[in-house]
Each structure stands twice: as C-alpha cells, then as structure tokens.
Design a protein around this ligand. Structure first.
Ligand SMILES: Nc1ncnc2c1ncn2[C@@H]1O[C@H](COP(=O)(O)OP(=O)(O)OP(=O)(O)O)[C@@H](O)[C@H]1O
Ligand SMILES: [Mg+2]
Length: 99
C-alpha cells in the first residue's frame, strides 16, 4: 500500500503527519518513507536518529547511481527511510521545461 500526504497549503503538518503515522504503522508492519520534499524535512527528522552519514539519497536512486536498497536507512524496528538531498532538486531545476 502506498500512502502520500499532500496539500497546496504550506506548514499544515504534512511532514509531521507522515512521520508520525509511518512510525505508528511500523509498530506492526514494515514501512518505507521516501522523502521527495525539496526541503528535506523528513530527512532532517531521521538524521538525528540515523546519523549524519546519509550519503545515498532518492536522487542517487533515480539517477541510477545506487540501488534503492543502498539508499534505504533503518530508522526504527520496522521503519525505513530513503532521504533526499539538495543536489537532486538542483538537477530537476535544470531539467524542468516550462510550457
Ligand atoms: N498537530 C500539530 N500540533 C502542533 N504543531 C504541529 C502539529 N503538526 C505539525 N506541527 C508543527 O507545525 C509546523 C509545520 O509542520 P510540518 O513541517 O509537518 O508541515 P508541512 O505541511 O510539512 O510544511 P511544508 O509545507 O513546509 O512542507 C512544524 O513546526 C511542526 O512541528
Ligand atoms: Mg513538509
């Protein structure tokens, strides 16, 4: 099952809900949180727990530099996170086409 959190309004608790609900579900089921947010808020949430050495990110996975497995960091008992980094979004900005 894939669950996504979205709202056109900023600062309404999307990231907080995502991380809290993911953590709650992970008490029973395996959960993978994938951070696609350019602000990297979910990544900041986990960096204190997982450590600062988040070398592989979702950008590395999508650009074929590493496997999803390598970019997946263990957070809690059944909770895993794929972090984001700014390099990924810089590359998207370069590629973005305006119509
Ligand atoms: N239920 C809540 N009660 C009180 N404060 C909350 C609650 N949920 C989130 N917050 C606080 O509100 C702020 C914004 O939350 P969050 O970063 O989750 O929002 P967001 O929608 O992901 O924002 P953005 O649009 O910038 O990505 C944070 O400081 C967070 O700690
Ligand atoms: Mg957010």
């Amino acid at each position: 099952m894939i669950v996504s959190f979205g709202s056109v309004k900023g600062g309404v608790g999307k990231t907080a809900c995502c991380m809290n609900i993911a953590y709650s579900i992970s008490k029973k089921y395996k959960v993978l949180v994938v951070d696609f947010d350019s602000q990297g808020s979910a990544t900041h949430h986990i960096s204190a727990k997982v450590g600062r050495n988040l070398k592989a990110s979702i950008g590395d996975v999508l650009s074929g530099k590493c496997s999803l497995e390598k970019a997946t960091h263990h957070y809690g008992q059944k909770m895993y996170v794929v972090p984001v980094n700014y390099d990924f979004y810089e590359s998207i900005d370069e590629d973005r086409s305006y119509t």
